[in-house]
Design a protein around this ligand. Structure first.
Ligand code: ST9
Ligand code: ZN
Ligand code: ZN
Length: 335
């Protein structure tokens, strides 16, 4: 059964029939081809070890010498940066699950730069490849290679040749047609250090006389925390949780990840119905802050054409491919 909405160019809408075809093809090819050598990128290993070490010190400073305002700011910026990934790179740009007017696109691009997960066009390219070739060698963070690889290991080595080969077939014209995204990519090496590091470190120093060390380390912790919350979607939410919508895929429903990742842990639903702007069936605000944000933007007219999935389609899918954990008896109480 195909979704009853039109698919924009380059966006991946899996139909029921398509779900396992790439996995099957890949398994057959894999048996015949030797594994390419793993090329570790030591520069990244050093950077991520440094980042996590300073972040641990940042946690210590939060509980010892940092001012409370510095910690509150870090929490606030985690939310803004998070929205730049969830509402921006993920739901708006990678999946086109809603449309946004230019002020919202500009805001989300700024938030996205604060989260420093590379330019939106590159993030969305990897993510579209991830959905289309999920759990194969063409998936940049293929979770069948284990928790560590899916979490951060994939950022510490060169990509598998299949990622580049299969990824080159992904249409990104919709992303490159947006001047805001083109400018973000073009000036990324100037904008990112400013928005992600310089401004968040300077605010506490100039507004409430925080020390450089406290401001710098607490902000680095904020950045690393957001990274790990994001990476958990690729690792934990691809390995642990129920599969009420499709038991034949690895992505699972993981409430802890949903809370940390602002609503992105409902991953069995999301991989089954990737065009839903809520990335979950109900999109309850308590475990899906991003949906609350998009709904607010829709109220002021900055977000529009929000895509969802008809309840009847969800129900049929649950009955056909679910693992039996869906509370079907609650169908009448949806919010
Ligand atoms: C980071 C990203 O952390 C995290 C993304 C996670 C995604 C999660 C998704 C889950 C759902 C959403 C949940 C959100 C939750 C948020 C919660 C928030 C509270 N297709 O990459 P290169 C080609 S970033 C086609 O260098 P290498 C292409 O020609 C952290 N072609 O590959 C490309 O050239 P260009 C900060 C592709 O050399 C060329 O290959 N950033 C594709 O193998 C070279 O590309 C970092 O730390 C493709 N998919 O290096 C940087 N990919 O780009 C880390 C590549 O010019 N990255 N090509 O077109 C790197 O250093 C490198 O990418 C590498 C691989 C070493 C990992
Ligand atoms: Zn997605
Ligand atoms: Zn996934």
């Amino acid at each position: 059964m195909a979704p009853n909405i039109s698919a924009p160019t380059g966006v991946l809408h899996e139909t029921d029939e398509e779900v396992s075809v790439p996995q099957l093809q890949q398994r057959e090819e894999k048996a015949a081809t030797p594994k390419p050598p793993l090329k570790i990128v030591w520069r990244n290993v050093i950077i991520f070890v440094y980042l996590h070490t300073v972040s641990l010190y940042g946690i210590y400073l939060i509980f010892s010498s940092a001012k409370i305002a510095t910690t509150i700011l870090a929490f606030f910026l985690y939310n803004l940066g998070g929205l730049g990934i969830t509402a921006g790179a993920h739901r708006l740009w990678a999946h086109r699950s809603y449309k946004a007017k230019w002020p919202l696109r500009l805001l989300l691009t700024t938030f996205n730069t604060l989260a420093f997960q590379d330019a939106v066009v590159d993030w969305a390219r990897d993510h579209r490849v991830h959905h289309k070739y999920s759990e194969t060698d063409a998936d940049p963070h293929n979770a069948t290679r284990g928790f560590f690889f899916a979490h951060v290991g994939w950022l510490l080595c060169r990509k598998h040749p299949d990622v580049k080969a299969k990824g080159s077939g992904i249409d990104l014209s919709d992303l490159y047609s947006d001047p805001i995204l083109r400018y973000q990519k073009k000036f990324y090496l100037l904008l990112m250090p400013l928005v992600c590091f310089v401004v968040p470190t300077s605010i506490p120093m100039y507004l409430w006389n925080e020390t450089f060390m406290n401001a710098f380390c607490v902000n680095l912790f904020r950045y690393t925390f957001t990274l790990n919350a994001t990476w958990l979607v690729n690792s934990a939410a691809h390995l642990f949780g129920d599969k009420p919508y499709d038991r034949f895929i690895n992505p699972a429903e993981n409430v802890s990840v949903a809370v940390l990742a602002m609503g992105e842990g409902w991953h069995n639903y999301h991989h089954t119905f990737p065009w839903d702007y809520k990335t979950s069936e109900l999109g309850k605000y308590s475990t899906n802050v991003t949906t609350a944000f998009i709904d607010l933007m829709a109220k002021i007219g900055w977000a529009y054409e929000l895509k969802t999935v008809p309840m009847e389609m969800i129900k049929k899918r649950v009955e056909r491919t679910g693992d039996g954990t869906h509370e079907l008896w609650g169908w009448g109480d949806k919010d």
